[in-house]
Structures are given as C-alpha cells and as structure tokens.
Design a protein around this ligand. Structure first.
Ligand code: NIG
Ligand code: FE
Length: 421
C-alpha cells in the first residue's frame, strides 16, 4: 500500500504555480492587509503537521525533503486554509419560509418581533438531543472542509437556557473530534431574550450572567462570549454588563455590532478590547477609527448583506482607517443560510471594493486573529500548522473571478489531506 498523502502530517508539495499568503502571527491592519507574498513555482514541506518550509521550489534543500514522497500539485495555487471566524452552524431546523418572506419585502426585525427568527431555531434546537446536534454540526463541518475551511467558530445562542446552551457548546467541541477541523466555541448568551423571560431582556441578562456564564467558564467549553447589540434585541448597556462579566471569568469577547441599525456596539467593542466587532453594516467613520485604535478586528459578513438585501459594510473605510478587517460567512439558519466562501469572496471584491490580496488576508490571518489563533494558524510560514488548500486555478486572482465557484481541489489540515475534489 502506497504511503498515504500527508500521513502523520509529513508532506512535500511541488508544482504549486503560486503560493499566496499573508505573513505574521497577528492581524494585519490597514494597508498592510495588501502586502501578501505571492511566490511562483513554490513548494511546501511539513513534518508532524507543522510547516517547515513554504517558498520557492528552488529554495528546497536535500535535508528539507529527506524521506518525503512528493505530491505534484499540477499547477494549482496554494494558500492558507480558510478561517471562518463568525459562524452559527450547530443548530436544528431551517427557516426557508422566512427567507422567502423577506424576499417579498418583510424585514428581519419584523419577523423577529412576531416570534419568528431566532426563537424558532431556539425551539427546534431545544428539541434536539446532543447526538442530533453533533450530527448536524458534523455534516455542516464537512461541507466547510470541502470549501477549504480548516478552522471555524461555532456560536451557541439557540438555547437561551443553561441546558441547551451547554449542549450546543458540547456539540461544537464534539464536531472537532469527529471531523478534521478546528472549532472555536463562543457562548452567544445574548442572542435573543429567552422565551421564559417574556420580553424582559434585562431579567434575561441577569439570568445569563448568574446561571449560564459561570457554568460555561467552569467547563471551559467556550473561548469567547458574544452579544447581539441591536435596538429591540439588547442595548449597549445590557451587552456591557454581560460581556464584562464574561471577561471577569476569563473569556474573550465579541459583539454583533451595528448590523441593522447603529446603536453603539462598535464603541463598546473598542472600550472592552473585544477580539472582534462583527457585521458593522451601519458603522460610521468614528466607529472605524475607534476599532482601529483599539486593535479590535472588524469582521464583515457580506453574505448577510446579500441575503438580507442590506447594504454592504464600508470595508474600504475600515481598511483605510487602519482597521484589521476579517471576512466570515455568518452561516446561520436566519440571516445568511449560505456558508459559501466563494460567494463571500466575490462579494468582497465586487461589492465592497476589496482587493484580492485584502480578501485573502481577511479570510485567513485576520480571521485567525479574530479567534485568537494567529500565533500558529492563518498563514503559510515555518512553525505554523500545515493548514492549507490547493485551488483548481493557477493564481488566487481566480477566486473572485470564478464567481461563486468553489475552486478548492484539496484541503490539508495539520499536514494531512482532509478533502480532495
Ligand atoms: O449574525 N444577528 C444575529 N444573529 C445572526 C442571525 C441569527 C438568526 O437569524 O438565526 C446574524 O445575523
Ligand atoms: Fe452572526
């Protein structure tokens, strides 16, 4: 039996027409998002799942390739694995009817106010046991792996009670054991007011702080806490109370900020030193400046704008103000039930004025930074995890150009082949 590609995380790839990567072990901000390296005729060497070499083929030495069976990429472009730093993919039930209602003119908040939206997914998720949630999450994880995703966030927020939130987070952890993907779990405690609290958001916030946060922190099953800061959902003050409590327990924090209306979430993210502020569709130039100054990753979610028929976040304004911008899918059953990395990239370039270099940085290194993973993921450099993808294209320019087409030919996680087209 031939040696399986990448077995044990040992790997030599030749025949790469272009190796494209951002460099560094933290988020790249502003203009620096554009200066990625693009190396023609490149090679990658990994041992034990860690990159030893990523550079020109001519730079390989005998010592580097010793004992490795080469894989010929046949002119594919190579880049770091996608880091999808904002996703809600462990849930039960779909809401196709709401999508069609919105397409006919209803708004996301109208549906939310009428008891639809998030609370419908809460009902279905509460009814799903751990095994069902694991299987749903695992199936969606494989769909991501086929699109080159090697690390993904998993937000809870479809339980809104102690038992179900913990179950969603537990299922998220289990997905990483069942599929070759890293999963970073976030407790999205303030997603909507739990039905038991009959619209009393403040009392629900007290409950989340007193009952759920301590259990999440004690079990160590989430790295971040997150809150949906939006008029009619949670106020900046409610989010502040919850996120400060989370920080005190050692969790990092994230905020769904300025998604449908501008309400102060971005300023709060800057004040709290959040890992990221996400959505930012309605963010103003003052918000961009605050996020840049505080070093908060500004995460934009073009599929959500596309699916909601909303405007796109001002990515140019953010990058030109010196922000570190990340792109992610926001995969969820409501506002953006797509998960298409290819479409998100095309929208970033076509509708948000981002260059292909910025798009690559945003979906890899800056996504990793938004999840606290940039130290060993998000770029192709010696010492980093060998998480990379090969494209059915000679250069990364084809990513937006082949609009909406999944060009991923192979996904390699920790130096092992996890998917091949
Ligand atoms: O990121 N904004 C809040 N949360 C999700 C939507 C969740 C849902 O509708 O189920 C979002 O858009
Ligand atoms: Fe979201």
């Amino acid at each position: 039996m031939a040696h399986e590609l990448g077995e044990g995380g040992d790997l030599l790839i030749l025949g790469i027409s272009e190796l494209a990567t951002a460099v560094g072990d933290s988020a790249r901000r502003g203009d620096a998002m554009r200066d990625i390296v693009r190396i023609p005729d490149a090679a990658v060497v990994a041992r034990g799942g860690v990159i030893e070499y990523a550079g020109p083929r001519l730079g390989l030495t005998q010592e580097l390739v010793e004992g490795l069976e080469p894989l010929d990429a046949h002119g594919a472009a190579a880049m770091p694995g996608i880091v999808d730093s904002h996703a809600h993919f462990v849930f039960a039930g779909y809401r196709a009817d709401e999508f069609l209602q919105r397409a006919r003119g209803s708004s996301y908040m109208e549906i939310h106010r009428n008891g639809g939206g998030i609370l419908r997914t809460v009902e279905a998720t509460r009814a799903a046991d751990l095994d069902a949630l694991m299987r749903l999450g695992e199936a969606r994880a494989w769909a991501m792996i086929q699109q080159g995703v090697t690390s993904v966030e998993s937000k809870s927020g479809y339980g809104l009670d102690l038992e179900t939130e913990l179950r969603q987070l537990e299922a998220s952890r289990a997905v990483a054991e069942r599929a070759p993907i890293d999963v970073v779990a976030s407790y999205l405690g303030l997603h909507a007011t739990g039905p038991e609290f009959a619209g009393d958001a403040s009392r629900y916030v007290d409950y989340a702080i007193a009952e759920v946060l301590p259990a999440v922190a004690l079990q160590g099953i989430a790295r971040f806490a997150d809150a949906f800061c939006e008029p009619g959902v949670f106020s900046p003050e409610e989010c502040r109370r919850f996120l400060e409590a989370a920080k005190a327990l050692g969790l990092g924090v994230k905020i769904h900020a300025e998604e449908l209306q501008r309400s102060g979430g971005a300023a709060l993210a800057a004040r709290l030193g959040a890992a990221s502020a996400d959505h930012l569709i309605m963010a103003a130039p003052e918000d961009h400046a605050l996020l840049a100054e505080a070093g908060v990753v500004a995460t934009c979610l073009p599929l959500t704008s596309f699916c909601l028929g909303a405007k796109y976040a001002d990515a140019r304004g953010m990058i030109d103000s010196g922000c570190a911008l990340a792109l992610a899918t926001d995969l969820n059953p409501g506002s953006a039930c797509s998960g298409s990395v290819a479409l998100a990239m095309a929208l970033a370039v076509l509708s948000m004025g981002m260059s292909v270099e910025e798009t690559l940085t945003a979906f890899t290194l800056n996504g990793a930074a938004a999840l606290g993973l940039a130290g060993d993921r998000g770029s192709l450099e010696p010492g980093k995890r060998a998480d990379l993808i090969l494209l059915d294209a000679p250069s990364i320019d084809y990513l937006p150009y082949r609009t909406g087409v999944n060009l991923v030919q192979a996904t390699i996680k920790d130096g092992e082949l996890s998917y091949r087209a």
